[in-house]
Design a protein around this ligand. Structure first.
Ligand code: SF4
Length: 354
């Protein structure tokens, strides 16, 4: 590793700031040594903000119906090879019940943009969950909605919302998301923040057509937007999509970016994502060591797990929720961290409710 790269990493560590051209240089000069130094520095910052805790969130993938056409996604509406499923309200409640008994105090309700789950149905579901488990933190990840809908969900008890921006380059965004609007995506993110959610965004690493400059745009967007969470994962092709033959992203570049994100915004909640664990059997461990501090084990019923196939080769589709919980706990401890089953709020959010 040259002194220039070393100096850039130290500057990022000391100031949380790099200029665009410096970030570009850092991304274009990946090396194992640079990744190791970045990870060490990122780990120091993560320990400063969140200690050695790793927050577990129970993920419930409640519907794989989606009316969108994202070219990389295995459950896009045009894919007629997918076996579609939708959990009922009762089934979702049962998943949460099981998760609660396993110790989870936060759940992520994720689905495609399914027109069956209208705003009224989502509100009814949230109210039912909150009535039964007032202390549970609910994250929604159900795509683009109106300001009014986001507000209703918030008032009904959802406190967090995940909506990846996918790529901050408008041209690349348009090429991958037919009939969708980049401006509307950004509007959604701004609305969520204004309403008061803990907001998660994120991007895909190694998208076909993506270059280092695009990744710099992602980092600059995050630096200015200041989300509470950022989820990134490598692009993984799904064979029945238009990008099914394209090469996958890499675990190395994804973990490199996790470290950069941790140094750019030290207080982020950063998941070691399932896609990272799918592309590399030790991907989640590598993500944690690179600065991530969240893992989202699956609470969905086993019968539907492999149907939520956004990409091929997804892990953890055959394990009971209790097995997943134990397996991930071991992996976290082996990586040198401790499982935290609490709500796992962003540190500023905790400060604001004290
Ligand atoms: S990425 Fe999301 S919005 Fe796009 S097709 Fe897949 S589930 Fe639907």
């Amino acid at each position: 590793m040259g002194t220039e790269i070393r100096d850039l990493i130290e500057k990022l560590y000391q100031t949380s700031l790099l200029e665009e051209k410096e970030l570009l240089y850092l991304l274009q000069n990946y090396s194992k040594e640079a990744a190791l130094l970045l990870a060490q520095r990122a780990n120091e910052i993560r320990l400063k903000h969140y200690g050695d805790k790793v927050y577990l969130r129970g993920l419930i993938e409640f519907s794989n119906y989606c009316h969108r056409h994202c070219k990389y996604c295995g459950i896009r509406s045009e894919n007629d090879k997918v076996s579609r499923y939708r959990l009922s309200e009762d089934e979702i409640i049962n998943c949460i019940d099981m998760g609660y008994q396993l110790g989870y105090r936060t759940v992520v309700l994720q689905g495609g943009e399914d027109i069956y789950y209208t705003d009224d149905r989502i509100v009814a579901l949230l109210e039912r969950i909150k009535e039964k488990w007032p202390q549970i933190a609910i994250t929604l990840s159900i795509g683009e909605k109106s300001y009014a809908a986001y507000k209703r969900f918030f008032e009904a008890g959802a406190e967090r919302y995940l909506l990846r921006h996918e790529t901050a380059c408008e041209t690349l965004y348009k090429s991958l998301h037919p009939h969708m609007s980049y401006d509307n995506r950004m509007r959604c993110l701004r609305d969520l923040k204004e309403i008061g959610y803990q907001v998660g965004t994120g991007f895909i690493v190694g998208l076909p057509g993506q270059n280092a400059q695009h990744l710099v745009e992602d980092l600059m967007f995050i630096k200015s937007f200041k989300p509470h969470m950022v989820g990134i994962g490598p692009f993984m092709p799904q064979k029945d999509t238009p990008l099914g033959n394209m090469p996958a992203g890499t675990a190395d570049m994804t973990t490199y970016l996790i470290s950069i994100l941790r140094l750019l915004q030290g207080d982020l909640l950063l998941p070691a994502t399932t896609s990272l664990g799918s592309i590399d059997p030790l991907g989640r461990e590598k993500g944690l060591k690179a600065g991530a501090n969240v893992v989202m084990p699956n609470l969905s019923p086993i019968e539907v797990r492999d149907k939520y196939a956004l990409y091929d080769g997804k892990i953890c589709t055959g394990d009971e929720a209790a097995q997943c919980r134990k397996c991930i706990e071991k992996r976290i401890e082996k990586s040198g961290y401790k499982v935290d089953m609490g709500r796992g709020d962003h540190k500023n959010f905790i400060a604001s409710i004290k």
